[in-house]
Design a protein. Structure first.
Length: 154
């Protein structure tokens, strides 16, 4: 699975104010809800519930909060680079500044895992993360993400 199958490139945020973890999760839930035309409350609640099971801060400054959302027709992902890193209780203890919000329909078990794997592939290379942090515009960030996605899926 490729990022292009589920990442909303038009919604990429290059300097989202993070604040704290709870504020960040609410912000990305609001952004996704607006883009999807649905209520933000169930998204925020589901993401927070998932986070209570264990941090989705995967290391190297990357977090992938994710949840399954009733009524969602397809897998959806939103990306935000934070203006300032925040304490996310990531597994490596590092603050987070790159966030992929992944939302899936409740019955998208295998596809949800494939989407998580696609994000993980793109974010495992230190050089790619540095390029994501250095990109000055949404277009530049989109190019980095698409280039990494194509390279890593090959």
């Amino acid at each position: 699975m490729h990022l292009s199958a589920f990442l909303d490139f038009d919604a990429i945020k290059t300097t989202l104010p993070g604040g704290n973890k709870r504020s960040l999760l609410q912000q990305v839930a609001n952004l996704a809800a607006h883009r999807l035309g649905i209520d933000a409350a169930p998204i925020a609640a589901s993401v927070v519930d998932r986070e209570q099971l264990g941090s989705t801060g995967f290391g190297q400054g990357v977090a992938i909060p994710h949840a399954k959302i009733e009524g969602l027709a397809r897998i959806y992902c939103l990306f935000a680079r934070l203006a300032e890193p925040i304490d996310y209780k990531a597994i490596d203890g590092r603050p987070v500044d790159l966030v992929f919000l992944l939302l899936s329909p409740p019955d998208a078990g295998a596809e949800h895992l494939k989407a998580l794997a696609a994000i993980s592939r793109v974010t495992r290379q230190v050089a790619t993360l540095e390029q994501m942090r250095g990109a000055r515009s949404r277009d530049a960030l989109t190019a980095v993400l698409m280039g990494a996605d194509e390279r890593d899926a090959a």
